[in-house]
Design a protein around this ligand. Structure first.
Ligand SMILES: *Cc1c(COP(=O)(O)O)cnc(C)c1O
Length: 470
């Protein structure tokens, strides 16, 4: 490498504009409205400093006039701001066909839930009783709906299912032992490991059985004077198939009752209504768990139930009240927006309209024929776009750690752009506005309309037609 010519470097550096000059450029004035003056000054400094360092290293890269340098700084500021915004949380079109997509925000909310959240965003009756004008019960309505829909005596709501498990174990098992089958000691996505949670709560894990087979006798033999709880954890996104055995919840309930233990089921996703018709027969239906004798059941608000992030706890009234009175409940309690979304979503279930109103269930129930009709409609709008389009048979997914072996049939739109690799096309979609998140299958970008809202179709078609495919 040859050393830069000192005279050239000095001449180049003299061309550098001041930050004030940079801030007076048209680009800076435009950006200031979005970024604010303080942030923009930082961005301008960073852009100017980048150029200064390049000039000092003798890399003028053609920026040999003051105007060229200023233009380059403007472009870098625009790029920096755009880059910063890409990292912001924003709406995306989920074209992956994964219904409860953890990375894309799990369950999309129903219209009623969105409206309820908006209404609650201002002042609301979170802890206010309109009849008496006095303090009311926080989340009372959502809790009573939840109890009613699950057939449980009582319910309690916290931030997510992980905190629900943490609360239940802390209050009902800490200092003692909880018995769990080795077949249920799994890690669920998002770093949730039940043995770690147990350890945190000061509960001793008593493992019984083997990975594939655990018998009632195994549980029975593990009971001692320190045992507080029998714990059943739904293995969610993990399946042991073949030579397997586990006692029924009913049998565990009988055992727990006879020994004075609490039977706690962490159902994970769980379902409020039977989804057997959609072959989700492995998902615990919460009211069946209650009927089969679980004392406490926890599940997530934003998985198959289709509402916002929440940890839902249902079960025996005496136990629920112990959870409510514990200081940890205050630490884990949910926000008013969560109650709003839950109340509205549970309202859809109660009216018997969940399959029409709750997006997760609507998407689950969508037939391949319906998706094909929508796909044909969208493909027609892509004529003249230059994209090569083909409808192919494929599979959607449930996601969110539920039913890993259930893959509803779907009709995919496979896309190819003449001059682009599948990766490059996928990236262009991902970086478009709004971002479209698609999958790649056999070297082609595929779009699954199961998870695309019908009112997003025109936007998606327009966006695909506009894609620069050279
Ligand atoms: C998903 C899941 C959790 C964690 O739920 P979050 O609502 O994400 O905290 C806990 N237990 C089981 C069995 C799960 O499937």
């Amino acid at each position: 490498m040859t050393a830069p010519n000192i005279d050239d470097v000095a001449a180049g550096l003299r061309l550098l504009p001041s930050i004030d000059e940079v801030l007076r450029t048209h680009a800076a004035q435009e950006l200031a409205r979005e970024a604010g003056a303080a942030r923009l000054t930082d961005i301008a400094r960073a852009a100017a400093e980048g150029i200064r360092a390049e000039l000092a290293a003798g890399e003028s890269a053609g920026h040999t006039t003051r105007k060229a340098i200023l233009t380059e700084i403007e472009q870098r500021m625009i790029a920096a701001w755009k880059n910063e915004n890409t990292a912001a949380q924003r709406r995306v079109i989920n074209a992956t066909g994964v219904i409860v997509h953890t990375n894309l925000g799990r369950a999309p909310l129903s219209d009623a839930a969105k409206q309820a959240m908006l209404d609650a965003a201002g002042y609301c009756t979170l802890e206010y009783d309109l009849k008496t004008g006095k303090r009311g019960k926080r989340g009372g309505r959502a809790e009573s709906l939840l109890a009613e829909l699950t057939g449980a005596e009582a319910a309690l709501i916290v931030n997510n299912c992980a905190s629900a498990a943490y609360l239940v174990l802390t209050v009902l098992a800490s200092g003692g032992e909880a018995i769990i089958s080795r077949g249920e000691l799994v890690e669920i996505g998002g770093d949730f490991r039940i043995p770690d949670v147990l350890a945190q709560t000061g509960t001793t894990l008593r493992e019984v059985g083997t990975t594939n087979r655990t018998k009632l006798k195994d549980y029975e033999n593990a009971v001692n004077e320190n045992t507080r709880m029998v714990l059943r954890v739904h293995p969610s996104n993990y399946r042991v198939v073949g030579f397997t055995a586990a006692p029924t919840l009913w049998d565990l309930a009988k055992l727990a009752r006879s020994k004075g233990l609490v039977l706690y089921e962490d159902a994970g996703s769980g379902a409020l209504i039977n989804l057997n018709e959609y072959t989700l027969s492995d998902e615990p239906v919460i009211n069946m768990s209650i009927r089969n004798g679980a004392d406490i059941v926890t599940f997530s608000g934003d998985k198959l139930l289709g509402a916002s992030q929440a940890g839902l706890i249902v079960g025996r009234k005496d136990l629920i009240e112990r959870l409510r009175k514990h200081p940890l409940y205050r630490v884990l309690r949910a926000d008013k927006l969560v109650y709003a979304a839950l109340e509205a979503t549970l309202g859809s279930y109660r009216r018997g309209n969940a399959f029409d109103e709750v997006p997760v269930l609507k998407m689950l129930a969508m037939t391949k024929e319906e998706i094909e009709a929508r796909a044909k409609n969208l493909v027609a709008k892509l004529e003249g776009s230059g994209l090569r389009v083909e409808l192919i048979h494929g599979e959607s997914a449930i996601g969110g750690g539920a039913a890993p072996d259930v893959q509803p049939e779907t009709m995919l739109i496979a896309l190819e752009a003449p001059g682009l690799s599948a990766d490059a096309l996928e990236e262009k979609l991902r970086l478009s506005n709004p971002p479209v998140i698609a999958r790649i299958e056999h070297d082609r970008v595929v779009i699954d309309l199961r998870t695309v809202r019908e009112d997003e179709e025109n936007e998606l078609a327009a966006l695909l037609s506009r894609i620069d495919i050279r």
